[in-house]
Design a protein around this ligand. Structure first.
Ligand SMILES: Nc1nc2c(c(=O)[nH]1)N[C@H]1C(S)=C(S)[C@@H](COP(=O)(O)OP(=O)(O)OC[C@H]3O[C@@H](n4cnc5c(=O)[nH]c(N)nc54)[C@H](O)[C@@H]3O)O[C@H]1N2
Ligand SMILES: Nc1nc2c(c(=O)[nH]1)N[C@H]1C(S)=C(S)[C@@H](COP(=O)(O)OP(=O)(O)OC[C@H]3O[C@@H](n4cnc5c(=O)[nH]c(N)nc54)[C@H](O)[C@@H]3O)O[C@H]1N2
Ligand code: SF4
Ligand SMILES: [Mo]
Length: 908
C-alpha cells in the first residue's frame, strides 16, 4: 500500500470522446484524487469538459467485475481461459474457422485492438471481426477512401481555428466534443470575420455560436451539398486550376449534382429550408477558401451516409478547399480510439494497417509479417461480415461463437430485439467488460473482467490523427486483467503462443509501428506509416508525447496536415469527385408511424452510461429518459410537458418523459441513446431503429427512424429513494414506468403505473424493504409520503406525487448519508414542499451543480446575462458547456415576461 507522501501526478488521456484531451491525474496511494487538463497537450491545452473533469468520480471498485465467470459462476483465470479456448476449438473443428467472430470497440486501446485483429484474422483464420465503429465512423471511412484514396483525415484542430468559415453539419459539437467547441468559440471571438453555420434538423446548443442555422429536413444533406456543387459551377466559383491539376471525376459529379439538385428554390423546397438562407450558405461557402466542414453522426448514420460524406468532400475538392490551413472536409471521430481501430484494421472489410483485402499483395505481405504459416495458420481471403450482417449471421446460426470486447451491442445496435434473439441463440458468447451490470452480460457464457481507464497502459489516436498515451494510475481491481493480456493468453492456449509472447504493450506498439512501415514504399504507398516510432523501447514508449501520423523518417515529428501538395494516395495521384444521387431515409414515416425519430447524445452522459452513470453529478442534467417533442405535436397528441409517453416502432417501444421543445421541427421527435435496461424500463433507442444499412459502408440509419407517440396513461407517479445497499426486486418494479438515477449514497427511482397505487403499496412486504416507520397520507389528494428508518438511519423514502413536487433532493441525499435523523428531519421528510425546500430542478451547470430553478429565480431577480448569473451562482464559470443553456433560459424568461406583460389587462 502506498502512502499519501507517494502522491504523484501522471499524464494520461481522457477515455471519452475523440477530441482526445490530455489529462493530469493526481494519484495518492490507490486513489485518483483530482484530474485537470494537461496544459501541454495540443488537443486541449489544459481544458477539460464536465465528463473529463468528473473522471475520478467514476472510479472505484464498486460495481466492477473482479473475477472471471463461466456459465454464471465465478472462477479463476486458468479455468476461464481453458474453458474459453476449449469451447472455441470445438466450434472451429465442427463448423470451420468462419464460425467464430469478434465484435470490438473504438474504446479499446490500439494495442488491445492490434492483438485481437491479429488473433482473429491472422491465426483463427476468420474474417468476421468487426467493431462498433461500424455504427459510428464507417461511412466517413468509406468516403475518404473513395475520394482521397485512404482513410485519412486531412485536417487538424488548428484548421478549425484558422478557418474563415466553419460548417457544422450533423454534429452537436457543443455537447459531444465540448473542448473542441470551446476552442472554436474562442477562435471566433479572436477573429470577428469568422462565420459558423450549423446544419441540423434540431436547434442544438452548438447554435450558440452560429451565424446561420439551417434546420433542414432530416436526411436531405446530400441534396443540399449537390445543390452547393451545382451552384458553385453556375456562379463560376469552382477552382478550375485545382480541379484540373489534382482531381478526377469532376464532370460526372457535377452533371449528377445538376441533374438531381436543380436551382436554389428546388433544393430549398426539398430540404425544407428558406431559399435566402440557403443561398447565403452557398455564397459563404463558395466565396471562402478557408472552409472547414466538420461532420459527424447526422451525416454518417444513414443508409446513404457514404454518399453524403462524398457530397461534402466533392464541394471541398471543387473549391480547392483542402490541404490548406483552415480548410478541409473534417470527419470528427466519436470514440477515444475510433481512429486507432481503423489504423490496426479493426473493421471487417480491412485486413491490417490500412491494407484492405483487395490491395495487391496485401494478404501475402501481412501473412509473412505475422509468420502465420509457421504456425499453420491461414489468413481469410475476403472481407468478413459488417456488424449488422454479423448479427444476422449469428441469428441464422452460421456464426456460433462471438467474443465481444468493450462495447454493449445489446443496447447500441439497431433492431435491438433481434440482436437479443441472436445473442440468446448463439452457442458461445464471451464478453470482456469492466463493470458488473450491463445489458450484454445477461447473454454471456463467459465473462472476463477487464481493466479500464486508470488501470490500462497503451495508446489512442484522436480525431486529428494524434497518437497519445493512456497511462496506468491505479492497480486493477480484484482479478481484472488488461484486454491485450486476455487475448494473448487465449492465443497461447490456442497454440499461437509464439506470435503472442508480449510482455508489455510497448512491444505490441512496436510491432504495430513496424507493420505500418513494412514494405511500404513506392507505388501504392500506404499513408498510415508510423515507422519512425519503431524502436522506442519501453522507456521511449513511457515518455511518448502526443504525435500526429504519418510519423516517418521524412516527418519524424509527425504530420499536422495532409495533401498539402495536392497529391493523393490513389493510383493516379488525384482525388476523386463522386457522382452522388441523393436518397431519402429508408425508414419511412407512415400513418401507423407518423413521426420522424432522431436519436443522439446528451451533454453529460457517455453511451450506455456504464461509467458516466456512476458519477451522480453527471446524472442531474437529464436524469430520466426523455422525448423532445415540438409544442404543436404535443398538443396534437394531448401530451403536456413532463408527462410520460411511449414511442412505438414496428419492433420495439421506448418510454420516457416528454420535454416540449421549440428546438424540434414539427413531426420530428428526439430521444437520447444512453438508457439501457440497467437504468430504465424500455428506454433503449436501439429498439426503435430498424437494422437498415448503407450499401457501401454497412452503417445503420440510427438517425432516421419512424415512430408513433402516445401518452403513457398512469394513475400515479412516485419518487422512491433507497440507500445504496437496498435493492428493489422485480415485484416492486412490475410497473409501467421506472427509471433509476444514482445519487450520492442513495438511488433515486422514478416510478409510475396505471393500477391504483394502493394495489402496488399492498405488495410492499414483498419488496424486501424495511417496514415504514413514518407515514403521512393525504387521502383526498391520493398523495403521501413514507419513510423507512432502521437504527436511526434513513433506509428509504417514498413520495407519491408528480416529480415536480419533490422537496430538495440534495437535502434528502444528505439525510441518507447522515448517521442519525433528528426530529426536525423526520418531520421534514413527511412535509410537503411548501416549506421552501423545493427541489432545484434539473442541474444545468454540472461543474457547480446549479439547478434550473435557482437560475430562473436569479434571472427573475434581474440577472439577465450569463456573466451576472456566473457572478451570483458560479454557473457557467468552469467548463462553459452550460452557457448555451443559460442563454436559452434567459431568452425564455424574457419571452415569458414579454408574453405576460402583453396579456396583462393593465397593459391593454
Ligand atoms: N456527451 C457525449 N459526447 C460524446 C458521446 C457521448 O456518448 N456523449 N459519444 C461520442 C461518440 S462515439 C460519437 S460518434 C460522437 C457523436 O457526435 P455527434 O455526431 O455530434 O452526436 P449525435 O448527437 O449522435 O448527432 C449529432 C447531430 O446530428 C443531428 N442529425 C440528425 N439527423 C440529421 C440529418 O439528417 N442531417 C443533419 N445535418 N443532422 C442530423 C442530430 O440532431 C444531432 O444534433 O460523440 C462523441 N461524444
Ligand atoms: N440509436 C442510436 N444508437 C447508436 C448511436 C446513436 O446515435 N443512436 N450511436 C452509435 C455510436 S456512434 C456508437 S460509438 C455506439 C456506442 O455504443 P457502445 O459501444 O455499445 O456503448 P458503450 O456504453 O460505450 O459500451 C462500451 C462498453 O465497454 C465497457 N468498457 C469500457 N472500457 C473498457 C475496456 O477498456 N475494456 C473492456 N473490455 N470494456 C470496456 C463499458 O463498461 C461498456 O459496457 O452506439 C451506437 N448506437
Ligand atoms: S472533450 Fe472529450 S476528450 Fe476532452 S475532456 Fe471532454 S470528453 Fe474528454
Ligand atoms: Mo460513435
Amino acid at each position: 500500500m502506498q502512502h499519501a507522501d507517494t502522491a504523484c501526478q501522471i499524464k494520461t488521456t481522457c477515455p471519452y470522446c475523440g477530441v482526445g484531451c490530455g489529462v493530469i491525474a493526481s494519484v495518492e496511494g490507490e486513489r485518483v484524487t483530482h484530474v485537470e487538463g494537461d496544459g501541454e497537450h495540443p488537443a486541449n491545452f489544459g481544458r477539460l469538459c464536465v465528463k473529463g473533469s468528473a473522471l475520478h468520480e467514476t472510479l472505484g471498485e464498486r460495481g466492477r467485475l473482479t473475477t472471471p465467470l463461466v456459465d454464471g459462476r465465478p472462477t479463476d483465470w486458468d479455468t476461464a481461459l481453458d474453458t474459453l479456448t476449449a469451447r472455441l476449438q470445438v466450434i472451429r473443428q465442427q463448423h470451420g474457422n468462419a464460425s467464430v467472430a469478434a465484435y470490438l470497440s473504438g474504446q479499446l486501446l490500439t494495442e488491445d485492438y492490434y492483438v485481437a485483429n491479429k488473433l482473429f484474422k491472422g491465426f483463427l483464420g476468420t474474417p468476421h471481426l468487426d467493431t462498433n465503429s461500424r455504427l459510428c465512423m464507417a461511412s466517413a471511412v468509406a468516403a475518404y477512401k473513395r475520394s482521397l484514396g485512404a482513410d485519412a483525415v486531412p485536417c487538424n484542430y488548428e484548421d478549425l481555428e484558422e478557418a474563415e468559415l466553419v460548417v457544422l453539419v450533423g454534429s452537436n459539437l457543443a455537447w459531444n466534443h465540448p473542448v473542441l467547441y470551446q476552442r472554436l468559440k474562442v477562435a471566433k471571438t479572436r477573429n470577428p470575420l469568422m462565420r459558423i453555420v450549423v446544419i441540423d434538423p434540431r436547434v442544438t446548443d452548438s447554435c450558440e455560436i452560429a451565424d446561420l442555422y439551417l434546420g433542414l429536413k432530416p436526411g436531405s444533406d446530400a441534396l443540399l451539398f449537390n445543390g452547393l456543387l451545382a451552384w458553385m459551377a453556375a456562379t463560376h466559383r469552382v477552382d478550375t486550376l485545382y480541379v484540373e491539376a489534382h482531381t478526377e471525376g469532376f464532370v460526372e459529379a457535377l452533371d449528377m449534382a445538376k441533374a438531381t439538385a436543380g436551382d436554389i428554390a428546388t433544393v430549398a423546397q426539398a430540404c425544407d429550408l428558406d431559399p435566402e438562407r440557403l443561398e447565403t450558405f452557398y455564397y459563404w461557402f463558395a466565396s471562402q477558401l478557408h472552409v472547414v466542414t466538420l461532420y459527424s453522426q447526422g451525416i454518417n448514420q444513414s443508409t446513404s451516409g457514404t454518399d453524403k460524406c462524398n457530397a461534402i468532400i466533392n464541394c471541398h475538392l471543387a473549391g480547392g478547399k483542402i490541404g490548406l490551413p483552415g480548410a478541409g472536409p473534417f470527419s470528427i471521430t466519436g470514440q477515444p480510439n475510433a481512429m486507432g481501430g481503423r489504423e490496426v484494421g479493426g473493421l471487417a472489410n480491412q485486413l491490417a494497417a490500412h491494407m484492405d483485402y483487395h490491395l495487391p499483395g496485401a494478404l501475402d505481405r501481412v501473412s509473412r509479417f505475422w509468420s502465420t504459416q509457421t504456425l499453420a495458420a491461414v489468413l481469410p481471403e475476403a472481407p468478413g461480415y459488417k456488424a449488422i450482417e454479423l448479427f444476422d449471421a449469428i441469428e441464422r446460426g452460421e456464426i456460433k461463437a462471438l467474443w465481444v470486447m468493450a462495447t454493449n451491442p445489446a443496447v447500441s445496435l439497431p433492431d435491438a430485439a433481434r440482436v437479443r434473439r441472436a445473442l440468446n441463440a448463439c452457442p458461445l458468447v464471451i464478453v470482456s467488460e469492466c463493470v458488473s451490470d450491463t445489458d450484454m452480460l445477461a447473454y454471456a457464457d463467459i465473462v472476463l473482467p477487464a481493466t479500464g481507464w486508470s488501470e490500462k497502459e497503451g495508446t489512442v489516436t484522436n480525431s486529428e490523427r494524434r497518437i497519445s498515451r493512456q497511462r496506468g494510475l491505479l492497480p486493477p481491481p480484484g482479478e481484472a486483467r488488461h484486454d491485450w493480456w486476455i487475448i494473448c493468453e487465449a492465443a497461447k492456449r490456442l497454440g499461437f503462443g509464439e506470435a503472442f509472447g508480449y510482455a508489455h504493450p510497448w512491444e505490441i506498439f512496436d510491432e504495430h509501428a513496424r507493420l505500418s512501415g513494412f514494405e511500404n514504399e513506392g507505388e501504392g504507398k500506404r499513408l498510415f506509416d508510423i515507422s519512425a516510432l519503431v524502436g522506442l523501447g519501453h522507456e521511449g514508449y513511457e515518455r511518448l508525447s502526443p504525435i500526429q501520423w504519418p510519423v516517418t523518417a521524412n516527418a519524424p515529428h509527425g504530420t499536422a496536415r495532409l495533401f498539402e501538395e495536392g497529391v493523393f494516395p490513389t493510383p493516379s495521384g488525384r482525388a476523386h469527385l463522386l457522382p452522388v444521387t441523393p436518397r431519402p431515409p429508408e425508414q419511412k414515416v407512415s400513418d401507423a408511424y407518423p413521426l420522424r425519430l432522431n436519436t443522439g447524445r446528451i451533454r453529460d452522459q457517455w453511451h450506455t452510461m456504464t461509467r458516466t452513470g456512476r458519477a451522480p453529478r453527471l446524472m442531474n442534467h437529464r436524469p430520466e429518459p426523455y422525448i423532445d417533442v415540438h409544442p404543436e405535436d404535443a398538443a396534437t397528441y394531448g401530451i403536456s410537458d413532463q408527462q410520460l409517453a411511449v414511442l412505438a416502432a414496428p419492433h420495439g417501444r421506448y418510454r420516457g418523459r416528454v420535454r416540449v421543445a421549440n428546438a424540434q421541427r414539427r413531426g420530428e421527435v428526439f430521444i437520447p441513446m444512453h438508457w439501457s435496461d440497467v437504468h430504465s424500463r424500455e428506454a433503449r433507442s436501439g429498439a426503435l431503429i430498424e437494422g437498415l444499412t448503407d450499401p457501401v459502408s454497412g452503417q445503420p440509419e440510427s438517425k432516421q427512424g419512424a415512430v408513433s407517440l402516445a401518452p403513457l396513461s398512469v394513475a400515479w407517479e412516485a419518487t422512491l429513494l433507497c440507500a445504496d445497499d437496498v435493492t428493489l426486486n422485480e415485484t416492486a418494479l412490475a410497473l409501467d414506468y421506472w427509471t433509476r438515477i444514482p445519487m450520492q449514497g442513495c438511488q433515486r427511482w422514478q416510478l409510475a403505473d396505471a393500477r391504483p397505487v394502493h394495489d402496488w403499496l399492498a405488495q410492499t412486504s414483498a419488496w424486501q424493504l424495511a417496514p415504514a416507520t413514518l407515514w403521512c397520507e393525504d387521502a383526498g389528494e391520493g398523495r403521501f409520503r413514507a419513510a423507512g428508518i432502521v437504527d436511526g438511519r434513513l433506509r428509504w423514502w417514498l413520495m407519491i406525487a408528480p416529480p415536480r413536487e419533490l422537496p430538495g433532493l440534495a437535502w434528502l441525499e444528505a439525510r441518507f448519508n447522515a448517521p442519525t435523523l433528528d426530529d426536525a428531519s423526520r418531520r421534514r421528510l413527511l412535509a410537503g414542499c411548501e416549506d421552501g425546500a423545493a427541489d432545484t430542478g434539473p442541474v444545468v451547470c454540472s461543474c457547480h451543480q446549479v439547478g434550473q430553478a435557482a437560475i430562473v429565480r436569479a434571472i427573475r431577480a434581474g440577472d439577465t446575462s450569463v456573466e451576472a448569473l456566473g457572478a451570483r451562482l458560479a454557473c457557467g464559470t468552469q467548463c462553459g458547456s452550460c452557457l448555451p443553456e443559460l442563454k436559452t433560459l434567459i431568452e425564455e424568461e424574457r419571452r415569458h415576461a414579454h408574453a405576460e406583460q402583453a396579456s396583462s389587462p393593465e397593459m391593454a
